[in-house]
Design a protein around this ligand. Structure first.
Ligand code: SAH
Length: 282
């Protein structure tokens, strides 16, 4: 039984990290006019009302999107413009959709029936957006390679069950074997309890798949309230990044400064840096 609902966490610092970088990648992908397919394996509800009682209950957006108001964030204008123009706080699917053109496709999976209902309403009558209530891992494997041959996979599991730490790298690798040209963006949390070990195992699993060109951006908050949520860090592993490392690093630094945290950007198969960041040697 799934209990995770993203509305309780929407707009938090990890969302800011994930959504800002997603926007940067989408922006580069739409520079070419050829068709694109975006697959969002864990789409959530599409857009989130940060003033709703559920979101207010945790107020996680206070350490996230709300803390960015009045700060200058050079290089992130495409994402900020979307937030300004959308009525509700845009999640991954909504952000991807705003970049897409009529010739493109957006495929989404969401397993939670309530969340799926919201997702459907968020994209009702949209001819290029297709939401299904199936596992995102299944959607991914049956959709790649897409006929467009160009595009991106967003994988944002809830990690409510530890199994996601194994399922995510495993399915990314299966998809990569069928579609090595795809751009893959995997998000993962860094939790206070045991989180560094889980993170390390996840990154080690990714390395062990033998996939190359995996760029990692991580942000760790300096001060997380002792009570409440246990996540103090957010990570993104990008396979086949279509942006130079320096742009990802600069954007991560801008965000980390604004969120009052620290950041690291590194290539996963760079053994030197991997040692420094505590990855298990393979
Ligand atoms: N990407 C979203 C947030 C997703 S939160 C955003 O940025 O807005 C993770 C979501 O995955 C939750 O809504 C949860 O219900 C859903 N979920 C959990 N397991 C799943 C699975 N195997 N396949 C698809 N969705 C799943």
């Amino acid at each position: 039984m799934l209990s995770y609902q993203h509305i309780y966490h929407a707009g938090n610092f990890a969302d800011v990290h994930k959504h800002a970088l997603l926007s940067l990648f989408m922006d580069t992908l739409v520079k070419k006019s050829s068709r694109l397919c975006v697959i969002d394996t864990h789409a959530g509800r599409g857009a989130y009302d940060l003033d709703s009682p559920s979101a207010q209950k945790t107020s996680e957006s206070r350490n996230g999107i709300k803390s960015l108001q009045d700060k200058t964030l050079p290089g992130l204008s495409a994402w900020l413009k979307i937030i300004e123009e959308e009525k509700l706080y845009p999640g991954s699917a909504r952000i991807a959709r705003t970049f897409l053109r009529p010739q493109d496709r957006l495929l989404m999976a969401e397993l939670h029936p309530g969340e799926f209902g919201h997702l459907q309403s968020c994209f009702s009558d949209d001819p290029i957006a297709h939401a299904r209530m199936i596992s995102g891992y299944d959607l991914l494997l049956e959709s790649v390679p897409p006929e467009e041959r160009r595009g991106m996979v967003i994988m944002d599991p809830p990690y409510e069950l530890d199994q996601d730490y194994k399922d995510a790298p495993h399915h990314l690798h299966l998809a990569y074997k069928k579609w090595p040209q795809g751009v893959y963006l995997l998000w993962y949390p860094i939790l206070r309890t045991d989180g560094e070990r889980m993170r390390s195992e996840l990154l080690t699993s990714l390395r062990q798949t033998g996939m190359h060109d995996i760029l990692v951006s991580e942000i760790r908050l300096q001060g997380v309230p002792a009570e409440g949520f246990a996540m103090h860090g957010s990570g993104l592993a990008i396979i086949n990044p279509t942006l130079p490392e320096s742009i990802v690093r600069t954007a991560s630094e801008t965000l980390a400064n604004a969120l009052v945290g620290s950041t690291k950007t590194f290539w996963l198969d760079n053994v030197e840096i991997a040692k420094e960041t505590g990855l298990v040697a393979i």
